[in-house]
Design a protein. Structure first.
Lengths: 316, 215
């Protein structure tokens, strides 16, 4: 559907074009961000609740941007890589619209929207299919955690704006080797962040939940240092797509630590064809377990942020 | 287990369900009591009932200790508003007293907008309905809606049902329930003179309402 209500900017990148001598050289010489964390270490996370005064509940989540190994390269903003920045507002519980049928429990609606400037390629103002997909996954994840019976005849809206999205691959790979198109790996980290930030905002809004839900991502990645044969796959937590040459598969879970339950799981890529898990080919279970470990990591941040907010409010 | 001011996050274990009674903001899962909202934990221990201990001639077994009620206070789940006392949203529930404003009257019913539940001012406006048979307890067949309410009146009522898709059903069938603030045709605030009459202090005209007992 085309957007006829606004004067849209030209589709394409949101970053200024680069006319740099560095670009004339081989792609490999540009400093690709590399993973400096250990495979089982998550990115640093910033989470704060109560950022939007007009909403019943709100939260803001930010992830540390990836760093390049030798940061002496050109300091162009266009060459920088972004972290993840999400803001979530929760409106409700509020009355259902007049024409809605009677509902004995709360009606949950979720909206996930990329800001037009959130990614390197400009996004539209109307939600596209990937944004609707994220919304459906988020709704599935949250529905299992909210105690809907406590709020009859009411609706709650969870609205997430992605201010800075995760890139699907390193921008240097965009031109050079366009054939290896990454299968929207950035969406996985974005969804995980959405679940965590929505959970914080719902707790801030005072809507009854059975647990604090958090999202976690794990992936099997492959570098290409060895040119002859495929390098072995490696399991990492909280992958940043631009830091890896190739992502073989990724898994995101929405996890309830208190109950040891998963409300949403999404696995993408080649996984689980080997019956035995090996160094080279981790099994499906291993991938999921690692995603749960990542979710546990973000859960600790979440609980810390929530306790901080509550203590702040009590002190006033 | 918990200090009086400790803060619970949703899903936090509060204790065995056999040791405590679940209050607001908590839920039970696998016979354990968990928190379900963010807030400070409060415990209320029921007062010891003064039973038949006075009779010294009879030995009765000690009354079993009643469990404390554990609840999470909802009050702090608010956005960082300056007014400091804004409570989180509370829904109208059956038997809760509400304050509402009459929006429309019809021969069989009065439509109202619920503004306050208990002590809490609501953010949204919830629709309510006072049917003609729920206006007062006696002589229900003689009630006329247009002799009981006018649009703009502030009414104290009690919720009798969650109602249909859009309306809560309210009742004013009690002495303490009914119109508490009303304006006359001339637009002046009126004062109640009897259980069914309000009077305009300036023009001296009385109008009929279902008046709530002032005290």
């Amino acid at each position: 559907m085309s957007d006829r209500r606004r004067v849209n900017g030209p589709s394409g990148g949101t970053h200024t074009p680069i006319f740099s001598k560095y670009l004339a050289k081989d792609v490999k010489e540009l400093n690709r961000p590399t993973r400096v964390r250990a495979p089982n270490v998550l990115r640093k996370m910033f989470l704060k609740t109560g950022v939007t005064p007009s909403a019943s509940g709100s939260a803001y989540l930010e992830m540390e941007p990836p760093r390049t190994r030798n940061a002496i390269g050109p300091g162009l903003a266009s060459l920088s890589t972004s972290g993840l920045k999400l803001t979530c507002t929760v409106h409700g519980p509020r009355p259902l619209p007049k024409n809605a049928p009677f509902s004995p429990h709360i009606i949950l609606t979720t909206h996930v929207k990329y800001a037009p400037f959130a990614t390197r390629k400009r996004r539209g103002y109307i939600r596209d299919s990937s944004e609707r997909d994220l919304g459906v996954h988020l709704e599935t994840a949250l529905r299992g955690v909210i105690i809907g019976d406590r709020w009859p005849k009411s609706g709650v809206e969870v609205i997430i704006t992605i201010l800075e999205g995760e890139e699907d691959q390193w921008w240097g790979d965009d031109r050079g080797r366009g054939s290896i198109s990454a299968g929207e790996w950035g969406m996985m980290s974005v969804l995980s962040g959405c679940i965590t930030v929505a959970s914080a905002a719902i707790a801030d809004a005072g809507i009854d939940c059975v647990d604090v839900i958090s999202g976690g991502v794990s992936a099997v990645v492959r570098g290409s240092e060895i040119s002859d044969r495929l390098s072995p796959g490696m399991l990492v937590l909280d992958p940043v797509p631009s830091e890896h040459e190739e992502i073989v598969s990724a898994c995101i879970v929405a996890y309830l630590p208190g109950r040891d339950e998963i409300t949403d799981i999404w696995v993408k890529g080649d996984i689980g064809y080997g019956s035995q898990s090996s160094e080279d080919n981790p099994s499906y279970e291993e991938l999921t377990d690692n995603a749960v470990q990542a979710a546990l990591g973000s859960h600790r941040v979440l609980v810390g942020a929530l306790k901080e907010t509550a203590a702040l409010k009590l002190a006033r | 287990m918990a200090a009086p001011i400790s803060i619970a996050v949703p899903g936090q274990l509060l204790g065995q369900a056999s040791d405590f009674l679940p209050g607001s903001g908590t839920h039970i899962h696998n016979s354990k009591l968990y928190a379900s909202i963010l807030g400070p934990i409060s415990k209320t221990i029921p007062p010891k009932s003064q039973g038949p201990q006075k009779r010294l001639t009879k030995i009765t077994p000690a009354e079993p200790a009643r469990p404390a009620t554990v609840s999470i206070e909802r009050g702090i789940s608010l956005t960082s508003a300056k007014d400091g006392g804004k409570k989180a949203e509370v829904l109208p529930d059956v038997n809760s007293t509400v304050l509402c404003k009459v929006t429309r009257i019809a021969p069989k019913q009065a439509s109202v907008a619920i503004l306050v539940v208990g002590e809490t001012v609501l953010d949204g406006e919830w629709q309510g309905l006072i049917r003609v048979q729920d206006v007062r307890a006696t002589e229900k067949d003689k009630v006329k809606i247009f002799e009981s309410f006018k649009p703009g009146d502030i009414v104290r009522a009690v919720v009798i049902s969650l109602g249909d898709q859009s309306n809560y059903y309210l009742s004013t069938a009690s002495n303490s329930l009914g119109v508490i603030m009303a304006a006359s045709e001339a637009g002046n605030a009126m004062y109640p003179v009897s259980w069914k009459e309000y009077k305009d202090p300036e023009t001296g005209v009385s109008e009929s309402r279902k008046v709530a007992k002032p005290f």
